[in-house]
Design a protein around this ligand. Structure first.
Ligand code: ADP
Ligand code: MG
Length: 145
């Protein structure tokens, strides 16, 4: 499998739970390398734009409100099959369906407040990474075991 990059977000619910480190630690433990990271508080316009794909869904307004309810931590993760691996470690969207050992099972609260975001495909990963890291803010380093 190819080396990929994907976008991760620790959402406001997990930040408020003091679980930034917990979420990122589970991703790192799965072999994903953090090559960029920063904290920000999304504006309403940013949250609307980021989740524009969901704008016709009934939960869109609530999702935008949730995502702007506090700061988030956005990161670029790199590794073999990083997109699928991140999704696997995150667990199911609906926390009540998330498997044991996943981030959402451990730190999520509901189908909306589910602790983390992860890109779902190479195309969306590229768009989402550029959304938060448009410049050359991505680092290159070798991970040692
Ligand atoms: P995922 O984050 O697993 O890729 P989606 O892309 O389907 O899930 O949805 C984006 C986000 O919208 C979810 O992570 C969650 O925060 C929220 N969401 C999804 N479905 C619902 C729902 N039925 N009710 C409320 N919020 C939802
Ligand atoms: Mg999604």
């Amino acid at each position: 499998m190819a080396i990929e990059r994907t976008l991760s977000i620790v959402k406001p619910d997990a930040v408020k739970k003091g679980a930034i480190g917990g979420c990122l630690s589970m991703l790192e433990a799965a072999g994903l390398k953090i090559v960029a990271t920063r904290m920000l508080h999304l504006s309403k316009a940013q949250a609307q734009a980021f989740y524009a794909v969901h704008k016709e869904r009934p939960f869109y307004g609530s999702l935008v409100e949730f995502m702007t309810s506090g700061p988030v931590v956005v990161s670029v993760l790199e590794g073999e099959g990083a997109i699928a691996k991140n999704r696997e470690v995150m667990g199911a969207t609906d926390v009540s369906k998330a498997a044991e050992g996943t981030i959402r099972k451990k730190y999520g609260t509901s189908i909306e407040a589910n602790a983390v975001h992860g890109s779902d495909a190479p195309e969306t990963a590229a768009v989402e990474i550029a959304f938060f890291f448009p410049g050359a803010d991505i680092q290159d380093y070798a991970r040692s075991e």
